[in-house]
Design a protein around this ligand. Structure first.
Ligand SMILES: NC(=O)c1ccc[n+]([C@@H]2O[C@H](COP(=O)([O-])OP(=O)(O)OC[C@H]3O[C@@H](n4cnc5c(N)ncnc54)[C@H](OP(=O)(O)O)[C@@H]3O)[C@@H](O)[C@H]2O)c1
Length: 424
């Protein structure tokens, strides 16, 4: 019988659920895998706080060294999170240096310091498992680690932020404006009081960085990329897109083009009848495109305490039972600098004044910016301005938004919304 003593860091939503799952599955793991799992100590800040799990029989400590310096503890489950640096990073580093396997929950820490942490794990011959950082219960990390030995992943994309997807779904299905949909997400427990990281795309960006690191062994620094926010989407955009056969979804996409990584993180139009167009509410989907396997899609609950803690529990067993594809290289993966954000089609909502010749001026601005008009629809007139919707094709080059906003302003037209359209 293999004895494994675990140190759990954090006993909040995820920590408490993980403790419960470990305790209630210990006998089964013993019988099926011959591994006796036990939680030796749990690190918290406040020893007096009421917990969502029975703490009888658990040793709680507010001294991190009680866990990190305990040689009998071989596995650390980090359920703290936080802002990516500071204590979580410090605890994870110390654990790796002391030869402990680390199961991570903090996506921000992994996205900001992944190469350094993976290298530390390699040097100390221990593992980092990270499935809870991306896609909740979707076992994407285990698929990437334990499959695809002979496959080259070319692209990874999907919807990985449950809060934004829930908000977009409510705007589309229940015709709620952004603020009402956000309030509903908060009432359902899908959005935090400060939802910025989720709605402004940073949460999805961190997950995209992690997926890029493990799909392509290409790391890019999230501080070099500004994701797009779903705050820009109006109810008008949602409805017009829907009338024309599209859904607006919070999409991430990273494509390995050899010399460069082509990326998108933010809302965009997708065909309503495509896989991405059909993923609603708080669900996530991750689509992996391999050279040989082509499209593989993994769908499920993207957050929530049970899926997330279950991913961490599986990570513990995966670290103990499975072999793992080694990361290549003789040092930490260097940050990949060639980042490219490029689209071939756009949706735009323009506020056009009721003046003679203005549409000819708009057409000229678009053509000067390298955009062909695919579809142009004039909607209602509000306060002397027409709502005009344009679908374009053949966009070339980047910084289209900046150029367009300025050039349209010069002819008296306001660019209300500009969103890319993804063809696949
Ligand atoms: N909640 C979800 O649905 C979800 C989904 C996916 C991923 N995650 C990830 O899971 C992790 C934990 O999330 P959670 O929702 O369980 O958080 P939480 O409820 O706020 O719990 C955090 C725990 O960490 C402890 N802690 C120790 N040192 C800390 C420090 N310096 N700063 C903050 N907390 C400290 C806290 O102790 P005290 O209790 O004594 O204050 C608390 O028990 C995060 O990485 C999060 O991104 C959560």
């Amino acid at each position: 019988m293999q004895e494994v003593q675990i140190g759990v860091l954090g006993l909040g939503t995820i920590g408490a659920e993980l403790v419960y799952i470990i305790q209630s599955n210990a006998k089964r793991v013993e019988n099926e895998y011959g591994i006796r799992l036990s939680i030796k100590k749990v690190f918290v800040r406040d020893l007096t706080k009421k917990r969502n799990v029975d703490v009888k029989g658990l040793t709680l400590t507010n001294r991190i060294e009680d866990i990190l310096e305990d040689e009998e503890i071989s596995v650390i489950a980090e359920c703290i999170g936080g802002n990516g640096s500071g204590q979580t990073l410090d605890y994870v580093k110390q654990a790796l240096q002391k030869g402990k396997t680390v199961i991570m929950s903090s996506k921000k820490t992994l996205a900001l310091y992944g190469p350094e942490l993976l290298w530390m794990a390699k040097e100390n011959q221990v593992m980092i498992q990270y499935d809870a950082t991306v896609g909740g219960g979707i076992p994407i990390a285990k698929i990437l680690e334990n499959c695809f030995y002979g496959e080259r992943v070319k692209k990874v994309s999907g919807i990985v932020n449950a809060t934004s997807n829930f908000i977009c779904s409510k705007m589309l299905e229940e015709k709620q404006d952004y603020h009402t949909a956000l309030a509903q997400a908060q009432a359902c427990g899908y959005a935090e009081n400060d939802p910025s990281d989720d709605v402004d795309g940073y949460d999805a960006l961190y997950k995209a960085v992690i997926l890029s690191m493990f799909c392509f062994e290409k790391y890019f620094d999230p501080r070099k990329v500004t994701p797009k926010s779903i705050r820009v989407i109006g109810l008008f955009d949602m409805q017009v897109a829907s009338e024309l056969g599209y859904s607006i979804k919070p999409i991430f996409s990273i494509e390995d083009q050899g010399e460069s990584l082509q990326y998108h993180v933010g809302p965009c139009l997708v065909k309503a009848d495509s896989i991405l167009g059909k993923i609603n509410d708080n669900h996530n989907i991750i689509i992996v495109n391999g050279e040989l396997t082509r499209h593989l899609a993994f769908f499920g609950q993207g957050a929530g305490k049970e899926p997330t803690a279950s991913a961490m529990f599986d990570d513990i067993l995966n670290a103990l039972i499975c072999q793992r594809k080694p990361m290549s290289g003789e040092g930490p993966i260097p940050a990949f600098e060639q980042l490219d954000e490029r689209y071939t089609q756009y949706y735009m909502h323009l506020a056009v004044p009721d003046t003679l010749g203005v549409m000819a001026a708009v057409t000229k601005v678009l053509s000067d910016t390298g955009l062909n008009i695919d579809k142009l629809v004039t909607k209602d007139k509000v306060n002397d301005f027409y709502d005009v919707v344009v679908f374009t094709s053949k966009a070339e080059g980047s910084r289209v938004e900046e150029q367009l906003t300025k050039a349209l302003e010069e002819v008296g037209v306001r660019l209300v919304t500009l969103l890319p359209i993804l063809s696949s």
